[in-house]
Design a protein around this ligand. Structure first.
Ligand code: TMP
Length: 244
């Protein structure tokens, strides 16, 4: 591999510079973490699977008019993406109650949320990614009112597109996490990745509460067959796909 400048290494990806200051390389690792990196492991070929899944989902979203950072996927583990200034918020959309929502509210697993919840968490590992209010976001100068509105609108649109898409794959999109950034024109665009690492995905053809899980909850809960579940998501997506 050509020597290149590493700009940032996160838990699941590495960002490298390119000759063009407006373009970065996002490299997908096999490393997996959960519970703010208290649990660590490797999932064989996860980087390749997530790169392929996220590539396809970015194409689906772009075709629906959502601005994303994705430019090209030159090889199995790398994406060329627009260089952006990341907004340090995790925007979580929930269609059914699961995970921390159940733990924090007592809502039963799988309770439908109508309308879907759009929540903001502070992307800060030292603070444990706390849930934020709109007022806190403004007080912390993370985003202004108009930007918060744009984030909510984009999150809702993305949810609509992805819910419809996964439905065609016989997969229920339970919840997912998005990250956004500002490009050189100060436009808010979708960044990071969308993959089984960042979504809860339930196989509609499985009735067992554990067998239906096709996402990182398999790793979080030590359910096994993690790579196989991610592979199943990719297969269903590709079987669906008309996008090249
Ligand atoms: P939660 O129920 O643990 O709050 O997670 C909600 C969704 O966000 C779920 O699809 C997993 C995803 N997520 C991430 O992508 N990264 C994270 O750090 C966390 C906590 C959740």
């Amino acid at each position: 591999m050509v020597d290149r400048q590493k700009l940032y290494e996160g838990k699941a990806k590495i960002l490298y510079a390119t000759d063009n200051p407006e373009v970065l390389i996002s490299y997908f690792k096999d490393d997996a973490t959960a519970f703010n990196a208290q649990k660590r492991g490797q999932i064989t070929d996860k980087g390749k699977l997530n790169c392929a899944i996220a590539t396809h989902l970015f194409k689906v979203l772009a075709a629906a008019g959502i601005p994303t950072h994705w430019l090209e996927t030159p090889n199995e583990r790398e994406m060329r993406v627009q260089a952006i200034k990341i907004i340090p918020l995790e925007v979580v959309v929930r269609n059914l109650a699961a995970g921390s929502l159940c733990q924090q509210t007592g809502l039963d697993l799988g309770t439908p949320l109508e309308p879907p919840l759009v929540e903001f968490y502070y992307k800060n590992d030292d603070l444990g990614d706390p849930l934020l209010t709109r007022d806190r976001i403004k007080a912390m100068n993370l985003a202004d009112e108009a930007q918060i509105e744009t984030l909510v609108r984009l999150a809702e649109q993305i949810n609509q597109v992805l819910q419809d898409f996964f439905q065609q794959c016989q997969i229920t999109l339970v919840d997912f996490k998005l990250e956004f950034g500002l490009n050189h024109q100060n436009q808010i665009i979708l960044a990071d990745e969308i993959s089984p690492d960042t979504c809860r995905l339930w196989d509609q053809s499985e009735t067992s509460l554990s067998d239906r899980i096709l996402d990182k909850d398999r790793f979080r809960k030590d359910l096994g067959q993690v790579a196989e579940a991610y592979q199943k998501v990719l297969q269903r997506i590709l079987a669906q796909g008309s996008l090249s």
